[in-house]
Design a protein around this ligand. Sequence first.
Ligand SMILES: Cc1cc2nc3c(=O)[nH]c(=O)nc-3n(C[C@H](O)[C@H](O)[C@H](O)COP(=O)(O)OP(=O)(O)OC[C@H]3O[C@@H](n4cnc5c(N)ncnc54)[C@H](O)[C@@H]3O)c2cc1C
Length: 292
Amino acid sequence: MRADPAEFRLVSPGDLQVVLSLLASEPTEWLPIAGGTDLMVLYSAGKLPNRKLVNIWNIPELRQIEVFPDTIRIGAACTYTALRGHDVVSREFPLLAAAASWTGGIANQNRGTLGGNIANASPAADSLPALLVYDADVTLISVRGNRRLVYRDFHQGYKQTALAADELIRDISLPRRFSGYVSHARKVGARNAQAISKVCLAALGIIANGTIRDVRLALGSVAPIPLRLNETERSLTGKKIEPSLIGAVRQSVVGEIRPIDDIRSTARYRAAVAANLVVEFLEKLAAERTRA
Ligand SMILES: Cc1cc2nc3c(=O)[nH]c(=O)nc-3n(C[C@H](O)[C@H](O)[C@H](O)COP(=O)(O)OP(=O)(O)OC[C@H]3O[C@@H](n4cnc5c(N)ncnc54)[C@H](O)[C@@H]3O)c2cc1C
């Protein structure tokens, strides 16, 4: 059942305060649209419940990437193309740049935004594990003011988020303190391009005096929300990477995730791949230490 355009209203004020006032006036009626790459799929299928859309693509405050001495602040309406092309993002946040590079195809990367990926809250979304390991904060904005939230508290259940109906994600801040870390990003899908992840991993680690000083692991597509592997991280910290550790790590990863069978994969496959990806990362971390 395709949607009838005559039933929809789209406005484009081009001004943040006007957009916020509109959202506040009828919060459950108006829906922000950024790149439209998720919304237009719903629209085409006749499954978009809202009939009033407000464009946020042309709001300058949401399109900037600002670099400060300790943080980088990414406007929510920045595209994957903007992220891929940004010097500091590519150099200091390679996990995010990698996720941007394998999100859809080029056309999708020219329109799709980081804020849209977060708000759409798919457990399979590719950039979200990177935001978890980089300790992102998000700023939410409404006529009531700004509030800053630790990103790991944003997703509250399958497609449930901390975002109120009258709020926009304004920006995403990442601390600039991970450039010395070994990073590993992996997406496993049916093919390399244009595939939704069966499992995706973002991992960071650093070794000091032969033991793991800090390790950060996040997975997509293995639970109702993007998942940070807190227990596995704890069990690895302070340890030497040696063969005897690997079996326990596999068990710990499988114990923490909650994969399901769906159209793209099975829970069993996802569990096996998730454990393999973490082990692959640890082997890379160990090899980097040997090289250092
Ligand atoms: C062909 C194709 C391939 C794709 N491949 C991938 C892939 O490989 N990996 C992946 O992760 N995703 C993929 N996607 C999904 C999509 O491109 C991303 O989720 C994208 O980041 C969505 O951003 P958008 O700006 O287009 O969101 P929109 O469609 O504009 O909005 C999506 C949702 O977010 C809300 N929203 C948007 N911006 C804000 C904001 N600033 N504040 C509050 N709410 C907001 C909207 O109201 C809506 O509910 C694909 C989509 C298509 C069509």
